[in-house]
Design a protein around this ligand. Structure first.
Ligand code: GLU
Length: 269
Protein backbone atom coordinates (compact mmCIF):
# COMPACT_ATOMS: atom_id res chain seq x y z
CA UNK A 1 0.00 0.00 0.00
CA UNK A 2 2.71 2.40 1.09
CA UNK A 3 4.69 1.56 -2.03
CA UNK A 4 1.70 2.38 -4.25
CA UNK A 5 1.28 5.75 -2.57
CA UNK A 6 4.98 6.49 -3.04
CA UNK A 7 4.84 5.53 -6.71
CA UNK A 8 1.73 7.66 -7.22
CA UNK A 9 3.52 10.60 -5.59
CA UNK A 10 6.57 10.05 -7.76
CA UNK A 11 4.48 10.01 -10.92
CA UNK A 12 2.62 13.11 -9.77
CA UNK A 13 5.95 14.84 -9.20
CA UNK A 14 7.25 13.79 -12.61
CA UNK A 15 4.13 15.02 -14.39
CA UNK A 16 4.29 18.37 -12.58
CA UNK A 17 8.01 18.66 -13.22
CA UNK A 18 7.68 17.88 -16.94
CA UNK A 19 4.77 20.30 -17.17
CA UNK A 20 6.88 23.03 -15.59
CA UNK A 21 9.84 22.27 -17.85
CA UNK A 22 7.53 22.51 -20.86
CA UNK A 23 6.01 25.77 -19.61
CA UNK A 24 9.47 27.20 -18.98
CA UNK A 25 10.13 26.88 -22.71
CA UNK A 26 13.26 27.42 -24.75
CA UNK A 27 14.16 31.03 -23.87
CA UNK A 28 16.81 30.15 -21.25
CA UNK A 29 18.25 27.52 -23.56
CA UNK A 30 18.55 30.02 -26.44
CA UNK A 31 20.27 32.53 -24.15
CA UNK A 32 22.60 29.84 -22.77
CA UNK A 33 23.58 28.62 -26.24
CA UNK A 34 23.82 32.22 -27.51
CA UNK A 35 21.91 31.46 -30.71
CA UNK A 36 18.34 31.80 -32.00
CA UNK A 37 17.63 29.33 -34.82
CA UNK A 38 15.01 30.80 -37.14
CA UNK A 39 13.31 28.90 -39.96
CA UNK A 40 12.67 31.10 -43.01
CA UNK A 41 11.51 30.42 -46.56
CA UNK A 42 14.59 31.45 -48.47
CA UNK A 43 12.95 31.46 -51.92
CA UNK A 44 10.37 34.09 -51.08
CA UNK A 45 11.20 37.54 -52.47
CA UNK A 46 10.33 40.33 -50.04
CA UNK A 47 10.44 38.00 -47.02
CA UNK A 48 13.56 35.83 -47.29
CA UNK A 49 15.60 35.49 -50.43
CA UNK A 50 19.16 34.31 -50.86
CA UNK A 51 21.55 36.58 -52.74
CA UNK A 52 23.30 34.08 -55.05
CA UNK A 53 26.52 36.10 -55.08
CA UNK A 54 26.94 36.67 -51.34
CA UNK A 55 24.86 33.77 -49.99
CA UNK A 56 23.16 36.22 -47.64
CA UNK A 57 19.44 35.71 -47.00
CA UNK A 58 17.48 38.93 -46.56
CA UNK A 59 13.90 40.16 -46.39
CA UNK A 60 11.13 41.26 -44.03
CA UNK A 61 10.97 37.93 -42.17
CA UNK A 62 14.75 37.92 -41.73
CA UNK A 63 14.77 41.47 -40.35
CA UNK A 64 12.02 40.64 -37.85
CA UNK A 65 13.95 37.69 -36.38
CA UNK A 66 17.19 39.69 -36.53
CA UNK A 67 15.55 42.29 -34.27
CA UNK A 68 14.39 39.57 -31.86
CA UNK A 69 17.88 37.99 -31.73
CA UNK A 70 19.43 41.44 -31.14
CA UNK A 71 17.02 42.05 -28.27
CA UNK A 72 18.00 38.65 -26.81
CA UNK A 73 21.65 39.52 -27.35
CA UNK A 74 22.26 36.24 -29.20
CA UNK A 75 23.47 35.27 -32.66
CA UNK A 76 20.90 34.53 -35.37
CA UNK A 77 21.08 31.26 -37.25
CA UNK A 78 18.95 31.39 -40.41
CA UNK A 79 17.70 27.95 -41.44
CA UNK A 80 15.83 27.53 -44.76
CA UNK A 81 12.53 25.65 -44.51
CA UNK A 82 9.89 24.77 -47.10
CA UNK A 83 6.15 25.36 -47.19
CA UNK A 84 5.42 21.71 -46.54
CA UNK A 85 7.90 21.02 -43.76
CA UNK A 86 8.02 24.34 -41.86
CA UNK A 87 5.67 23.24 -39.05
CA UNK A 88 7.28 19.81 -38.62
CA UNK A 89 10.78 21.38 -38.55
CA UNK A 90 9.62 23.55 -35.65
CA UNK A 91 7.88 20.68 -33.86
CA UNK A 92 10.90 18.39 -34.10
CA UNK A 93 13.17 21.12 -32.69
CA UNK A 94 15.26 21.84 -35.80
CA UNK A 95 14.42 25.53 -35.35
CA UNK A 96 13.30 27.61 -32.35
CA UNK A 97 11.03 29.95 -34.26
CA UNK A 98 9.43 30.23 -37.71
CA UNK A 99 9.36 33.49 -39.64
CA UNK A 100 8.04 31.89 -42.77
CA UNK A 101 5.08 33.81 -44.30
CA UNK A 102 3.01 31.56 -42.06
CA UNK A 103 -0.69 32.38 -41.89
CA UNK A 104 -2.33 31.91 -38.51
CA UNK A 105 -5.11 29.33 -38.86
CA UNK A 106 -7.12 27.43 -36.21
CA UNK A 107 -5.83 24.10 -37.60
CA UNK A 108 -2.18 25.18 -37.35
CA UNK A 109 -2.81 26.62 -33.88
CA UNK A 110 -3.56 23.08 -32.73
CA UNK A 111 -0.03 22.00 -33.67
CA UNK A 112 2.02 25.09 -32.76
CA UNK A 113 1.66 28.45 -30.99
CA UNK A 114 1.68 31.78 -32.79
CA UNK A 115 3.01 35.19 -31.87
CA UNK A 116 0.91 38.31 -32.26
CA UNK A 117 0.22 39.04 -35.94
CA UNK A 118 3.27 40.77 -37.42
CA UNK A 119 2.12 41.08 -41.06
CA UNK A 120 -1.25 41.07 -42.82
CA UNK A 121 -1.89 40.36 -46.48
CA UNK A 122 -4.55 38.65 -48.61
CA UNK A 123 -4.59 36.02 -51.34
CA UNK A 124 -4.60 37.23 -54.96
CA UNK A 125 -3.70 36.04 -58.47
CA UNK A 126 -0.81 36.86 -60.81
CA UNK A 127 -1.81 36.57 -64.48
CA UNK A 128 -0.80 37.63 -67.98
CA UNK A 129 -1.95 41.20 -68.57
CA UNK A 130 -5.53 41.61 -69.75
CA UNK A 131 -6.52 37.94 -69.32
CA UNK A 132 -8.48 38.12 -66.03
CA UNK A 133 -10.84 40.80 -64.68
CA UNK A 134 -13.00 38.92 -62.21
CA UNK A 135 -12.80 35.69 -60.23
CA UNK A 136 -15.19 33.84 -62.55
CA UNK A 137 -12.77 34.38 -65.46
CA UNK A 138 -10.68 31.70 -63.73
CA UNK A 139 -13.47 29.29 -62.83
CA UNK A 140 -12.49 26.45 -65.21
CA UNK A 141 -8.82 27.34 -65.70
CA UNK A 142 -5.61 25.68 -64.54
CA UNK A 143 -4.13 27.57 -61.60
CA UNK A 144 -0.76 27.08 -59.99
CA UNK A 145 -0.04 27.33 -56.29
CA UNK A 146 2.40 25.95 -53.74
CA UNK A 147 1.54 22.67 -52.01
CA UNK A 148 0.93 22.75 -48.29
CA UNK A 149 -0.12 26.40 -48.13
CA UNK A 150 -3.31 28.13 -47.16
CA UNK A 151 -3.28 29.40 -50.78
CA UNK A 152 -3.94 25.83 -51.95
CA UNK A 153 -6.89 25.34 -49.59
CA UNK A 154 -8.37 28.79 -50.31
CA UNK A 155 -8.22 28.49 -54.09
CA UNK A 156 -9.83 25.03 -54.02
CA UNK A 157 -12.72 26.56 -52.08
CA UNK A 158 -13.01 29.76 -54.16
CA UNK A 159 -12.75 27.99 -57.54
CA UNK A 160 -14.01 24.41 -57.03
CA UNK A 161 -14.15 23.70 -60.79
CA UNK A 162 -10.65 24.93 -61.58
CA UNK A 163 -7.73 22.53 -62.00
CA UNK A 164 -5.11 23.16 -59.33
CA UNK A 165 -1.49 22.54 -60.28
CA UNK A 166 0.75 22.11 -57.23
CA UNK A 167 4.35 23.34 -57.20
CA UNK A 168 7.14 23.01 -54.69
CA UNK A 169 7.73 26.75 -54.76
CA UNK A 170 6.72 30.06 -56.34
CA UNK A 171 9.59 30.17 -58.85
CA UNK A 172 8.62 27.00 -60.78
CA UNK A 173 4.98 28.12 -60.59
CA UNK A 174 5.89 31.43 -62.21
CA UNK A 175 7.90 29.65 -64.92
CA UNK A 176 4.80 27.57 -65.75
CA UNK A 177 2.79 30.80 -66.05
CA UNK A 178 5.44 32.23 -68.38
CA UNK A 179 5.27 29.12 -70.56
CA UNK A 180 1.47 29.38 -70.71
CA UNK A 181 0.96 26.05 -68.91
CA UNK A 182 -1.25 27.67 -66.29
CA UNK A 183 -3.58 30.70 -66.42
CA UNK A 184 -2.59 32.15 -63.04
CA UNK A 185 -0.51 31.64 -59.94
CA UNK A 186 -2.17 32.33 -56.64
CA UNK A 187 -0.77 33.10 -53.21
CA UNK A 188 -0.53 36.02 -50.80
CA UNK A 189 -0.40 39.47 -52.44
CA UNK A 190 2.74 40.32 -50.47
CA UNK A 191 4.48 37.36 -52.13
CA UNK A 192 3.06 38.07 -55.61
CA UNK A 193 4.04 41.76 -55.67
CA UNK A 194 7.81 41.05 -55.35
CA UNK A 195 7.49 38.26 -57.96
CA UNK A 196 5.79 40.73 -60.33
CA UNK A 197 8.52 43.31 -59.69
CA UNK A 198 11.19 40.79 -60.71
CA UNK A 199 9.22 39.73 -63.81
CA UNK A 200 8.27 42.04 -66.67
CA UNK A 201 5.47 44.22 -65.23
CA UNK A 202 4.50 45.10 -68.81
CA UNK A 203 3.46 41.49 -69.37
CA UNK A 204 1.92 40.48 -66.05
CA UNK A 205 -0.46 41.95 -63.50
CA UNK A 206 -2.27 41.25 -60.22
CA UNK A 207 -5.99 41.94 -60.77
CA UNK A 208 -8.00 43.41 -57.91
CA UNK A 209 -9.42 40.06 -56.74
CA UNK A 210 -8.85 39.00 -53.11
CA UNK A 211 -10.06 35.60 -51.93
CA UNK A 212 -8.82 35.59 -48.31
CA UNK A 213 -7.21 37.50 -45.47
CA UNK A 214 -3.80 36.15 -44.41
CA UNK A 215 -2.49 37.30 -41.02
CA UNK A 216 1.08 36.05 -40.45
CA UNK A 217 2.34 34.91 -37.05
CA UNK A 218 5.77 33.79 -35.96
CA UNK A 219 5.57 30.08 -35.19
CA UNK A 220 6.66 28.91 -31.74
CA UNK A 221 6.58 25.39 -30.33
CA UNK A 222 3.38 24.49 -28.49
CA UNK A 223 3.66 25.44 -24.84
CA UNK A 224 6.96 27.34 -25.30
CA UNK A 225 5.57 30.16 -23.19
CA UNK A 226 8.77 31.95 -22.22
CA UNK A 227 9.85 32.42 -25.85
CA UNK A 228 6.36 33.38 -26.99
CA UNK A 229 6.03 35.98 -24.24
CA UNK A 230 9.43 37.43 -25.07
CA UNK A 231 8.66 37.53 -28.80
CA UNK A 232 5.26 39.17 -28.25
CA UNK A 233 6.74 41.78 -25.92
CA UNK A 234 9.45 42.53 -28.46
CA UNK A 235 6.96 42.83 -31.34
CA UNK A 236 4.89 45.35 -29.36
CA UNK A 237 8.03 47.33 -28.50
CA UNK A 238 9.04 47.31 -32.17
CA UNK A 239 5.65 48.69 -33.15
CA UNK A 240 5.86 51.39 -30.48
CA UNK A 241 9.40 52.46 -31.33
CA UNK A 242 8.67 52.58 -35.07
CA UNK A 243 11.14 49.76 -35.82
CA UNK A 244 8.41 47.46 -37.17
CA UNK A 245 7.28 50.17 -39.59
CA UNK A 246 10.88 50.90 -40.60
CA UNK A 247 11.34 47.22 -41.49
CA UNK A 248 8.05 47.27 -43.41
CA UNK A 249 9.06 50.42 -45.29
CA UNK A 250 12.45 48.95 -46.18
CA UNK A 251 10.76 46.06 -48.04
CA UNK A 252 7.29 47.31 -48.94
CA UNK A 253 7.21 51.08 -48.23
CA UNK A 254 6.59 53.83 -50.82
CA UNK A 255 10.32 54.11 -51.66
CA UNK A 256 10.77 50.34 -52.12
CA UNK A 257 10.49 48.50 -55.43
CA UNK A 258 7.36 46.78 -54.18
CA UNK A 259 5.19 49.46 -52.54
CA UNK A 260 2.12 48.24 -50.65
CA UNK A 261 -0.01 50.07 -48.11
CA UNK A 262 0.70 48.99 -44.51
CA UNK A 263 -2.90 48.29 -43.54
CA UNK A 264 -2.07 46.86 -40.10
CA UNK A 265 -0.35 47.58 -36.83
CA UNK A 266 1.12 45.03 -34.46
CA UNK A 267 -1.27 44.69 -31.51
CA UNK A 268 -1.99 42.03 -28.90
CA UNK A 269 -3.87 39.88 -31.43
N1 GLU B 1 0.71 32.37 -46.11
C1 GLU B 1 0.43 31.14 -46.78
C2 GLU B 1 0.60 29.99 -45.81
O1 GLU B 1 0.91 30.19 -44.70
C3 GLU B 1 1.26 30.96 -48.02
C4 GLU B 1 2.71 31.07 -47.77
C5 GLU B 1 3.64 30.79 -48.89
O2 GLU B 1 3.25 30.45 -50.00
O3 GLU B 1 4.80 30.94 -48.61
O4 GLU B 1 0.42 28.85 -46.15
Amino acid sequence: MKKTVCLAMLFGFLITFCGLAQAAGSLQDIIKKGVLRAGVKDLTPGFALENVKTGEISGYDVDIVKAIARKLNVKLDIIPVGDKDRISRLKEGAVDILAATLTKTPARAKAIDFSYTYFVTGQKFLVKKGTVRKLTDLKDKKIGTVAGTTSEANVRKALPKATIALFSDHVPAFLALQRGEIAAITTDEAILVPILAKADPGLYEIPDITISKEPYGLGIRKGDKSLRNFVNKTLLEMEKSGEAKRIYDKWFGPASQTPMKRAFKITTK
